[in-house]
Design a protein around this ligand. Structure first.
Ligand code: SF4
Length: 449
C-alpha cells in the first residue's frame, strides 16, 4: 500500500556561523551572549571558516599586541571565508580596522549585541525553525560545562593612566543583584560547579546603583560586593572572585572565605607596589596599607591564595621603584602573578608621561620579576606537599586527570596532575593527597571522591 501520510516539508538548512572569540574573560562573556542569541535564532556554529556562511570576530583592543592579533584573525577569516562581521573592543576604532581590511561587512563596538545581530541578519538571514530555536536554559557556554564566568557589571569608573577600557566601554554599569543571582542559579542547576565572578572592578559592584536591592527568591539582595558574594556562596558551587581592588570593605569578604562560602582565593590586579608609580598610574585603592592588610587576611584565612598582575617598565619607573615591587612580591608572598611589559596603548594618558623605559631595561626587569615570582610560587606550593586538597577535574587522562585546587583559576593559574585508581569525571571534585610540587604545578593521588 502506498504511503499517503503527508511528508514534512524539508527544513531550510540552518545558516552556519564561525565565531572567533579573542581577549579577556569579559570579552568571552560577550561572545557567549552573542552566540546564545544566534543559537536561539536558529543559527548553527561551525568550527571552521570554510563552509560557514559568515564569520564573526570578537576582537580585543587592550594592547597593541592584542590589536595585531585581532587584525590577523580578521585577515584569516576574510581569506578563508570572505564574509566577516567584526565586534568587540577594537570595534570602537572602526577606521583602524577598515584601513587594513576594507572588505569587512560590518563593525560594531563592545557590548553592542543588537548591532552585531542586526549585521548578521543582514548578511545571512535566519532560517526560522522552532526546533532549532531551542537552546539550553543556561545559554551557550564557551567554557567547559563545569565552570562559567559570571559578569556582574560592565565598564569602569576608574581612570588608570595606562588603560583605555573606560573610553571603550564607558563608566561602571552594574547588573541588579537579582539578575546576577538568577543567572548563577541557572548555571548551577545546569551542572556548573564553579562560578568565576568577573567585571572590570568587582569590589566597586553596585556603586552606580547606590547598592539598590532587588528581589531574588523570597528575599531582597543589595547590589553590594559583600551581599552578592554571600548570596552566591549559598548556591553550593565554588565561587571565585576576580578583579577585586583592595578597597577597605574588601576585608569583610575574608569572613565569607573563612566560613567556606567563597573560595579562599582573591585576584587583585595590583599592577605595582611603589606608591609613586601607583600614583602615576592613578590606581584605585592604592593607599590602603596593602602589606599589613594582606597579613591580616592571611591570619584570618590561612590557605588564602593571592593572584595578581603587574606592569614593569611603566614610564619613569626607576631601579629603586622596581626593587620595591620585587620586595613586595616576596613580603606579600604573592602566590600567582602575571607580568606585562608596559606598552603605550594608543589613546592612553600614560603615553604623555616622561621617562619612557628602554625596551632592554623592560626585558631585564621582566626576567627578574619572573624569577622572583617563580621562587615565591615554588616556596608556597612546597608547603602543600603532604596536605589533602579538593581538586576540580578539568580533563581526564588514562591514569587519572588534570585538575585545579581552590587556589587555581582555570587558564591562568597552576594545575594538579591527579593519579586515581578509578576513572575520574570532568567536573567532579576529588580529595587529593599532594605528593610533589614544582614551581607552578602540583601532583598527587586521589584519596576520596
Ligand atoms: S580599573 Fe583601571 S585598569 Fe582596570 S579597567 Fe578600570 S581604568 Fe582600566
Amino acid at each position: 500500500m502506498a504511503d499517503t501520510a503527508p511528508k514534512p516539508a524539508p527544513a531550510t538548512p540552518a545558516p552556519r556561523i564561525s565565531f572567533v572569540s579573542l581577549g579577556c574573560p569579559k570579552a568571552l562573556v560577550d561572545s557567549e551572549r552573542i552566540v546564545t542569541r544566534l543559537r536561539a535564532e536558529g543559527y548553527e556554529l561551525t568550527k571552521t571558516h570554510q563552509g560557514a556562511d559568515l564569520v564573526v570576530v570578537n576582537t580585543c583592543g587592550f594592547l597593541d599586541s592584542a590589536k595585531a592579533e585581532s587584525l590577523h584573525a580578521i585577515g584569516e577569516a576574510l581569506a578563508e571565508n570572505g564574509k566577516v562581521v567584526v565586534t568587540g573592543c577594537m570595534g570602537a576604532e572602526p577606521e583602524e580596522i577598515r584601513a587594513v581590511h576594507p572588505g569587512v561587512l560590518a563593525i560594531t563596538g563592545p557590548q553592542q549585541y543588537e548591532s552585531v545581530l542586526a549585521a548578521v541578519h543582514e548578511a545571512v538571514p535566519p532560517a526560522h525553525d522552532p526546533f532549532l530555536d531551542l537552546v539550553p536554559a543556561e545559554g551557550v557556554k564557551l567554557t567547559p560545562r563545569h565552570y562559567a564566568y559570571l559578569k556582574i557589571s560592565e565598564g569602569c569608573s576608574n581612570r588608570c593612566t595606562f588603560c583605555i577600557i573606560p573610553k571603550l566601554r564607558g563608566d561602571l554599569v552594574s547588573r541588579p543583584a537579582g539578575d546576577v543571582l538568577r543567572e548563577a542559579e541557572r548555571l548551577v542547576k545546569a551542572g556548573v560547579k564553579e562560578l568565576l565572578v568577573i567585571s572590570q572592578d568587582t569590589s566597586a559592584y553596585g556603586v552606580d546603583l547606590r547598592y539598590a536591592t532587588s528581589p531574588w527568591g523570597d528575599r531582597e539582595v543589595a547590589a553590594r560586593f559583600l551581599d552578592l558574594a554571600g548570596a552566591l556562596g549559598d548556591l553550593g558551587a565554588w565561587v571565585r572572585l576576580h578583579y577585586v581592588y583592595p578597597y577597605p570593605h574588601v576585608d569583610a569578604v575574608m569572613a565569607l572565605m573563612a566560613a567556606g562560602k567563597v573560595l579562599p582565593y582573591i585576584d587583585i590586579p595590583f599592577q605595582h607596589a611603589s606608591p609613586t608609580v601607583l600614583k602615576r598610574m592613578k590606581r584605585p585603592a592604592s593607599q590602603e596599607k596593602t602589606l599589613s592588610r594582606i597579613q591580616a587576611w592571611r591570619a584570618a584565612v590561612p590557605d588564602l591564595t593571592l593572584r595578581s598582575t603587574f606592569i614593569v617598565g611603566f614610564p619613569g619607573e626607576t631601579e629603586a621603584e622596581f626593587e620595591e615591587l620585587l620586595a613586595f612580591l616576596e613580603d606579600a608572598e604573592i602566590d600567582r602573578a602575571g607580568c606585562f611589559k608596559f606598552e603605550p596603548v594608543r589613546g592612553a594618558d600614560a603615553n604623555g608621561l616622561e621617562g619612557a623605559v628602554a625596551d632592554e631595561v623592560k626585558a631585564e626587569r621582566y626576567d627578574r620579576f619572573m624569577r622572583t615570582q617563580q621562587k615565591v610560587s615554588a616556596r608556597r606550593l612546597k608547603r602543600k606537599v603532604g596536605t589533602r586538597q579538593s581538586v576540580i577535574i578539568d580533563t581526564v587522562t588514562p591514569d587519572g586527570g588534570i585538575g585545579r585546587t581552590k587556589g587555581d583559576a582555570p587558564e591562568i593559574d597552576g594545575t594538579v596532575k591527579v593519579f586515581a585508581r578509578r576513572p575520574l569525571r570532568v567536573g567532579e571534585i576529588a580529595t587529593v593527597k599532594i605528593e610533589a610540587a614544582g614551581p607552578y604545578d602540583l601532583s598527587g593521588t586521589a584519596v576520596g571522591f
